[in-house]
Design a protein around this ligand. Structure first.
Ligand SMILES: [Zn+2]
Length: 88
């Protein structure tokens, strides 16, 4: 693998030793990011997997626009809100 495509840093570089003893670089594509809830660890809805094309997308379309949008899942958010209201 050579040329302009590997000059970009979007691919992860991994050094590997060949059977002949040379050290070569292997290029690996990173796995797409999956957003998870900060409390229960479940997958969050409304949060697209990160990709290069997402740079031009508005922030409002990358996560739900509410308290803890993109951080907590709806059920954990309702539990947190109930806790905070009942303790105040
Ligand atoms: Zn949760």
């Amino acid at each position: 693998m050579s040329g302009a495509s590997v000059r970009s840093r979007s691919l992860k570089r991994v050094w590997r030793r060949t059977p002949g003893g040379r050290a070569v670089i292997h290029y690996r594509r990173s796995k797409p990011y999956v957003a998870v809830c900060g409390v229960c660890g479940g997958r969050l809805g409304g949060v697209p997997a990160s990709a290069g094309s997402l740079r031009k997308v508005a922030k409002s379309s990358k996560r739900p626009e509410r308290f803890f949008g993109g951080v907590l899942c709806p059920s954990c958010l309702s539990a947190v809100l109930k806790l905070s209201v009942r303790s105040s």
